[in-house]
Design a binder for this molecule. Structure first.
Ligand code: PMP
Length: 391
């Protein structure tokens, strides 16, 4: 029988798992405007007659509101003027260029590591990093709620995988104790978890790693820029140094791309062995220019003020981080709640399987320094009215 993708889509729709495609007009920031062709938005005109295509955006990881910052834009333009467009090849062939080296050095200095290596996205960083580090005969210990990119990196690795319950350091300790003493051990965790917004006990992870000769790999995708001195992340805020940090430029840093920060030896190893680095064309100079401008902003008073703003919004919600999960349960119910919020002027996404476990569908609210106090206060009042319960 010929394969029918229409039938597969119908099965998804039946389970309320279809991912809609909405198209933005203009830039995104504290508010977002949708093209009118997104007819199923359900918010084209609100009950009080406002144009519902422009909504307060609580569904973006642009935590500091840097995505349309003029410094990032001029960084991009200047880089393009001096370095042109496409890099033409992977960095191992002829694609490497001075600005990219400069960016990596700036990242390493900012985070206090010897070296950093560019990847074209956080997804590509994790799927390149994990199999390059953990080889056949090695053991990976991975938090149950790690991001899909880490999960896929684990799948690509030939190491033995041990998944420990979310943030359960006692279970991790038992797993490490029972692990045969062959091969190397790697502990993989996020610092701020992407869908739950809760925070790992990185100091305890470091302690366990030291006790068991394990390598600690920390994904700070949702933390860098936002927390810790000069936005250097949760590990630094907790006073510990992981062996490897993964960061992305696509969230608080307002651009695109990612990096791994580590020792010179680890980075040289990845340069040789991380397939998503070796076999990928080097980035467009404009992207690199905007990333460098974002890193240069991190130690400034302006960035500190943005972080303080974000912290105030987080505290107002009594949340652990800028990610506020509103766990609803059934997929259809989470979709209905997101629609209610859209009708009230707030764009929040219903996150459903496979991003989260079945039965834990949620509205994922994301706070940003770009939001005004009034926008956050109104959101909080709305959430209360609709029965929001803190996790
Ligand atoms: N790691 C984590 C924890 C993430 O949440 C994400 C993005 N959602 C990534 C990595 C991937 O980063 P990028 O969006 O740059 O591919």
């Amino acid at each position: 029988m010929p394969i029918s993708f229409r039938e597969r889509l119908a099965a998804l729709a039946e389970k309320h798992l279809i991912r809609e495609r909405y198209t933005r007009q203009g830039t995104q920031g504290a508010t977002i405007s949708w093209e009118r062709s997104n007819a199923d938005l359900g918010a084209l005109t609100t009950s009080d007659g406002r144009d519902g295509t422009s909504l307060v955006n609580v569904s973006s990881n642009d935590y500091l509101g840097l995505a349309h910052h003029p410094a990032l834009q001029s960084g991009a333009i200047t880089a393009m003027a001096s370095h042109g467009n496409g890099a033409g090849a992977s960095r191992l062939l002829s694609g490497n260029f001075a600005l990219l080296d400069e960016l990596e050095n700036a990242v390493a200095r900012w985070l206090g590591f010897e070296k950093a290596l560019w990847f074209s996205s956080g997804y590509l960083a994790n799927i390149g990093l994990v199999p390059a580090l953990a080889e056949e005969g090695d053991h990976i210990f991975s938090d149950a709620l790690n991001h899909a990119s880490t999960i896929d990196g684990c799948r690509l690795s030939k190491a033995t995988l041990h998944i420990y319950p979310h943030r359960d350091v006692a279970a991790l300790e038992r797993a490490l104790q029972h692990c045969p003493n062959t091969g190397h051990k790697f502990i993989l965790s996020e610092s701020v978890f992407s869908m739950d917004g809760d925070i790992a006990d990185v100091a305890k992870l470091r302690e366990l790693a030291d006790q068991h000769d394990a390598f600690l790999v920390l994904d700070e995708a949702h933390a860098l820029g936002c927390y810790g001195p000069q936005g250097t992340g949760i590990a630094r805020a907790q006073g510990v140094t992981p062996d490897v940090i993964i960061g992305t430029f696509g969230k608080a840093l307002g651009s695109q791309g990612a990096f791994v920060a580590a020792s010179q030896d680890v980075i040289s190893w990845l340069w040789n062995r991380a397939r998503s680095h070796v076999f990928a064309t080097a980035p467009h100079p404009a992207v690199v220019g905007s990333c460098l401008a974002a890193i240069q902003l991190m130690p400034t008073p302006e960035a500190a003020a943005r972080r303080a703003n974000l912290r105030r919004h987080i505290d107002r919600f009594g949340a652990a981080s800028a990610i506020v999960p509103w766990i609803i349960g059934a997929e259809a119910d989470a979709l209905a709640m997101a629609k209610k919020l859209a009708d009230a002027g707030y764009w929040a996404q219903a996150v459903r399987p496979p991003t989260v476990a079945p039965g834990t569908s949620r509205v994922r609210l994301v706070l940003s320094a770009a939001h005004s106090d009034e926008q956050i206060e109104t959101l909080r009042a709305l959430c209360q009215r609709y029965g929001f319960a803190q996790k």
